[in-house]
Design a protein around this ligand. Structure first.
Ligand code: SF4
Ligand code: SF4
Length: 373
């Protein structure tokens, strides 16, 4: 199972198409007449240059690869927040997916129907709704974006698959799995259940800082592909300089023996300056001298909290709509947050269209987890 690493500085259609052809040179599944679904990252309505969503040039190249070989291709995601068709179509247009579909002969998924699936061996959540478009795919291709993530430190192949879950059900998963490690366990179990046939990470222009919705674009010049999402995420983190021990999904994948030694096709070159990490990272590990009885209480006091910047807030209400703990209200066209009950999931910051939500970390947490630059 090789990992392909392509160094591509800009979204040049020819270079990306060439890379995609090479990635799929070891793809043995017949595609003619098949229903191929591309799971893209469409976190929220955002233009491609904001680096919030998978770049349409990558999506177009992957879609074209399959349509040229006689497959029916659908581009799909279940964005954060409550979804309705008008909102989804508007996100497709702004993110460039509409044009990518038109140019490649692919379709855009318009159905928000879902089906309850069961993960009987799950150690976290056993039943949840998955969008039909994903359960009905003959071939599923995960086309993710390399970004930092306020709760999970990093998002790439594994975290992108959380988007197969229907609409607001995603927020309820945050509510039920409030700590980073159980949530990461759920993400890893979900990725294994979804079992996508191939994973691509768009890191040509990635996102650092307060990702996945409010960070800064960062030119990385890499496009990555593999059949193993865990090993692929490990490589993406090595390139971005994101420490392994700060990425809960990698720690869980290692524990579950899902990280495999892989041959590299292309050179793994870490960036000269590592990514700036989110302000909102939780402390997940405490020194062993702290008694077990104290750990949970201490961890909950070390949690970062969202900080709302009223001078930037436009009162759109998207944060209140998604908040699983229902602790945000809109008063006088500004978002207000009640600390009591907040679970520090930072779903609110992910969907804020104007970066009006930052993070406040308790001073004590800096002792255990100093902010990385
Ligand atoms: S206020 Fe933000 S961080 Fe707190 S529970 Fe709601 S969405 Fe999560
Ligand atoms: S904080 Fe952001 S998402 Fe919430 S109401 Fe203000 S602008 Fe909208």
């Amino acid at each position: 199972m090789p990992i392909h690493i392509f160094h591509i500085e800009t979204y040049d259609a020819e270079a990306i198409s060439h890379a995609v052809e090479e990635m799929f040179s070891d793809f043995r599944i017949p595609v003619k007449g098949k229903n191929v679904v591309l799971k893209v990252n469409l976190l929220r309505k955002a233009a491609p240059d904001q680096a919030v969503t998978t770049h349409p040039a990558v999506v177009e190249a992957v879609a074209s690869y399959f349509t040229k070989r006689g497959a029916r291709v659908t581009i799909a995601d279940s964005p954060g927040g409550p979804s309705h068709l008008g909102q989804l179509m508007s996100s497709y247009r702004t993110s460039g997916m509409e044009k990518a579909a038109k140019n490649s002969g692919a379709s855009l998924n318009r159905s928000l129907r879902s089906k309850i699936v069961t993960l009987s061996n799950s150690a976290t959540l056993r039943e949840f709704p998955v969008l039909h478009v994903f359960t009905e795919a003959d071939i599923l291709i995960n086309v993710a974006k390399l970004k930092t993530h306020g709760m999970m430190t990093y998002t790439g192949a594994v975290k992108n698959l959380f988007g197969v879950i229907a609409g607001l059900a995603k927020a309820s998963h945050h509510f039920r799995l409030q700590e980073p490690l159980p949530f990461a366990q759920h993400l890893v179990e979900l990725a294994e259940y979804v079992d996508a046939d191939y994973h691509i990470i768009d890191g040509i222009v990635a996102m650092e800082g307060n990702g996945p919705g409010g960070g800064d674009p960062r030119a990385c010049g890499v496009l990555l592909g593999s059949q193993n999402p865990h090993s692929l995420d490990k490589v993406a983190c090595e390139i971005a300089g994101i420490p392994f021990k700060k990425v809960p999904t990698l720690l869980i994948a290692e524990k579950m023996n899902l990280l495999k030694d892989s041959e590299f096709i292309g050179e793994l070159r870490p960036l000269a300056r590592p990514f700036t990490l989110p302000d909102s990272l939780s402390v997940t590990f405490l020194p062993s001298w702290i008694p077990a009885a104290l750990r949970q209480a201490l961890l909950s006091r070390l949690r970062p909290l969202p900080a709302f910047h009223h001078n930037i807030c436009i009162g759109c209400g998207k944060c209140a709509d998604i908040c699983p703990a229902e602790v945000i209200s809109i008063v006088n066209s500004k978002a207000h947050h009640t600390v009591k009950g907040c679970i520090s999931c930072f779903c609110c910051a992910e969907v804020c269209p104007v970066k009006a939500i930052g993070a406040h970390r308790p001073l004590l947490s800096q002792l255990f987890e100093p902010k990385s630059k």
